[in-house]
Design a protein around this ligand. Structure first.
Ligand code: BES
Ligand code: MN
Ligand code: ZN
Length: 505
């Protein structure tokens, strides 16, 4: 979908539909909705008086306005969308209603749509932020993963173009910059979704590395791929242990955006878990739902996607992305429960359960980042089923050893509508990772599964400021929610972009 900004009156815009809005409880619309109401001789006010339009959240009312009846009104239809209560209005609400609008427009066969920016000025929302949220809601809400559906003939085609209309020329520049950001943020989140939705037979570690390499070239980023022999030489025994059961070779992806060449210490390392399929290994997972483990590279997808947007937005800091990609498979060469491996930093790990593989790959990815003088580390991982038990699938648990960095991550997530909540790293759960025969064990027993996993990673981050985001529950959804369709959500790609923008000011 092409998105453009136009300075125009809403009544003058050449489009199949113009989208206007109404807050709950408003009886006489003003602004753009008022202008449409006047042009239609009070039709919207009449529908409000009749109780057909109430302004409740995501209420959609489609009105046909043929030129034979309304010669002075250019759009062929009007869609009035309810914004809900003004007190609870925010950018999440804009994204949510924009997602339902775009799906309604597609279902109605609209090709060329126009919309105003909803609620700018309400609740302190600036025109640029409002425009960004409209564009994100529309682009993300329209997302579908259809590449393997070849026989579906009844499918409605996507809306072709979206015009953001504003009559006040003094607001156009702000809206344009919001639209630009909305496109960049959304395209990145969509890249992450595409990678997560891709079946494991179509996305090997090599395929993931090739995608990263291609995207890096297109965006002027450096990209280095290390092979098994390279990471073995570096001493990444924990990562290699996970990979050794699989037939598809591991690929260690390192991408770099240089936004502050004079100060290499001004850096941010984004490390994503990259298990291209997690069968559990010898500690094999049960069959039901195992197919979802094609998405166990969701953390890696989100960091790779984020650096695409970062390359385009150009914040003033150096960003490194690392993804230690591999399958986790059972076989005669697979690692066994009871094995002991040595990580890059020299720590030994007793493999209690081969299905706790993510933390093993992250341990060595962090070891690599520290060897290259990482100053701040964020890791993102579909790490534990316990994340869903703790917080459900609407909020990602976050852990960290640095209050400022944790706060920056959580604040960024709030702004973009990808909620996170900080969890404690207490000394009681930490002890659950103790091993009798090695420095650490890769599982921590029944209680606090997300916390013990985080403690494990914390031991490798050491004193360096570090935050861990567990997206096991939020990376994929069973059913559509707002701008997030069933399947991959792309979370927390936009949070990471926002964080880099904030740190790189
Ligand atoms: N990839 C899984 C976690 C996961 C579960 C992600 C469900 C998305 C949805 C991870 O590798 C795993 O298997 N974790 C185990 C850890 C356990 C063996 C300590 C888990 O959560 O059960
Ligand atoms: Mn696992
Ligand atoms: Zn896993």
């Amino acid at each position: 979908m092409e998105v453009v900004v136009a300075k125009s009156d809403v009544t003058e815009i050449e489009a199949d539909v113009i989208v206007v809005n109404l807050f709950e409880g408003v009886t006489t619309p003003d602004g753009a909705t008022g202008a449409v109401d006047t042009a239609l001789q009070g039709m919207i006010s009449d529908l409000i008086a009749d109780g057909e339009i109430t302004g409740s959240a995501s209420e959609l009312t489609l009105i046909h306005t043929p030129s034979s009846v309304y010669p002075d009104f250019k759009p062929a239809r009007v869609l009035v969308v309810g914004l809900g209560a003004v007190e609870s209005f925010d950018t999440d609400q804009i994204r949510r209603i924009s997602a339902s609008v775009i799906r309604k427009l597609r279902a109605s066969g609209v090709k060329r749509a126009a919309t105003i920016v909803h609620g700018a000025g309400i609740g302190g929302i600036k025109g640029s932020a409002g425009a960004q949220a409209v564009v994100e809601g529309m682009l993300l809400g329209a997302y579908r993963f259809l590449k393997y559906r070849t026989t579906d003939k009844k499918r409605k085609p996507d809306v072709e173009s979206l015009i953001i209309v504003e009559s006040d020329s003094s607001k156009i520049d702000a809206i344009k910059s919001g639209v630009e950001k909305g496109i960049v943020y959304s395209q990145a989140e969509i890249l992450a979704r595409d990678l997560v939705n891709e079946p494991a037979n179509k996305l090997s570690p090599a395929d993931l590395a090739a995608t990263a390499q291609r995207m890096a070239t297109e965006n002027g980023l450096a990209c280095t791929i290390l092979e098994e022999s390279d990471v073995t030489k570096l001493g990444m025994g924990a990562y290699v242990g996970v990979a050794q059961g699989g037939a598809r070779p591991l690929k260690f992806i390192h991408m770099t955006y240089e936004g502050d060449a004079t100060d290499p210490e001004n850096n941010l390392w984004l490390i994503g878990k990259g298990i291209t399929f997690d069968s559990g290994g010898i500690s094999l997972k049960p069959g039901a739902g195992m197919g979802k483990m094609k998405g166990d590279m969701g953390g890696g997808a989100s960091v790779i996607a984020a650096i695409q947007a970062i390359a385009q937005l150009k914040p003033v800091l150096n960003v490194h992305v690392v993804c230690a990609a591999t399958d986790n498979m059972p076989s005669g060469t697979a690692q066994r429960p009871g094995d002991v491996v040595t990580a890059m930093n020299g720590m030994t790990i007793e493999i209690d359960n081969t299905d706790a593989e993510g933390r093993l790959t992250l341990a060595d990815a962090i070891g690599y980042a520290l060897a290259k003088d990482a100053v701040r580390i964020i890791d993102v991982a579909t790490l534990t089923g316990a994340a869903r038990i703790a917080l459900g699938d609407g909020v990602s648990p976050v852990f960290g050893n640095d209050d400022d960095l944790v706060e920056a991550v959580v604040e960024s997530s709030k702004l973009v509508g990808e909620p996170m909540w900080r969890m404690p790293l207490d000394s009681v759960t930490k002890r659950q990772n103790s091993s009798k025969i090695a420095d650490l064990k890769n599982t921590g027993g029944r209680g606090g599964g997300s916390t013990t996993a985080a403690h494990f990673i914390a031991d490798f981050a050491g004193e360096t400021p570090w935050v861990h985001i567990d997206v096991a529950a939020t990376s994929m959804l069973d059913s559509t929610r707002g701008w997030m369709p069933a399947g991959a959500t792309g979370v927390p790609t936009r949070s990471l972009i926002e964080l880099a923008a904030r740190l790189g000011k």
